[in-house]
Ligand binder design. Structure first.
Ligand SMILES: C[S@@+](CC[C@H](N)C(=O)[O-])C[C@H]1O[C@@H](n2cnc3c(N)ncnc32)[C@H](O)[C@@H]1O
Length: 216
């Protein structure tokens, strides 16, 4: 099946389940396990917001925005405009509903699309792609388009290869019909160079690489 269709179907089913990692609307035991085993997701959130600064008055593109946890926080911190795109209609509906509930609709635009099929009207200051490359078989065109779309910075994450979590995550997602991809440091270096970034800073955070890259 086409990758975009697979991703759309999977994340349409998983939207609420995924968001509970942030909302903590799950059992005490699950929250405890998230704290122990997913601490790097929370650290990645802090990393991204820190490296997005200054936020006020700036424009953002959030690729694979999911339930909008990043996009909405950027809008709350007075971003001039945040465009969130995601292949999952359920994720986009959640983003739109929350944005309207919080009175952020004048500063946010949520669109069901994948980046390669989306025409951005203007470059943004910062383009983010968090928890996205885990699910993209051919990341180079996506990274290139993120570079072309951003004026100042792209902030992205990659799940690390050869960690203890890889086989567990691979089999759990395989059972649910969702392929997942992992990256060595040298693969990340190669991708960022091939995508044409002029420089980047890479942080190893738990089982993740978090990268702030400069389009030049
Ligand atoms: C793990 S979630 C991450 C959501 C959000 N960035 C976060 O970290 O909270 C991955 C999201 O990427 C979306 N996605 C996967 N492939 C995509 C693609 N090619 N274009 C746009 N979105 C995509 C999925 O639908 C899903 O909502």
């Amino acid at each position: 099946m086409d990758e975009i269709v697979t991703q759309k179907d999977f994340w349409d089913r998983e939207a609420d389940n995924f968001d509970s990692i942030y909302s903590h609307e799950k059992s005490r035991m699950s929250n405890f396990l998230d704290k122990i085993f997913r601490w790097d997701m929370y650290a990645r959130y802090k990393y991204t917001l820190k490296n997005s600064q200054p936020i006020s008055g700036k424009t953002f593109l959030d690729v694979g925005c999911g339930s909008g946890r990043y996009s909405l926080e950027l809008a709350r911190r007075n971003a001039k405009q945040v465009v969130g795109i995601d292949v999952s209609g359920n994720m986009i509906e959640t983003c739109k509903r929350r944005s309207a509930e919080e009175g952020l609709s004048d500063r946010t635009l949520f669109v069901q699309a994948d980046l390669l099929g989306y025409d951005l009207e203007h470059k943004v200051d910062v383009c983010i792609g968090i928890g996205l490359f885990d699910y993209v078989k051919d990341p180079l065109p996506v990274l290139k388009k993120m570079r072309e779309s951003s004026e100042h910075r792209a902030i992205v994450s990659f799940p690390r290869a050869w960690t203890w979590r890889v086989p567990l995550r691979k089999s759990r997602l395989w059972l649910k019909g969702c392929p997942v991809y992992f990256y060595t440091k040298s693969k990340v270096d190669e991708l960022l160079n091939q995508a044409g970034f002029k420089g980047y800073e890479l942080a190893k955070i738990g089982q993740l690489y978090c990268v702030t890259a400069f389009p030049g």
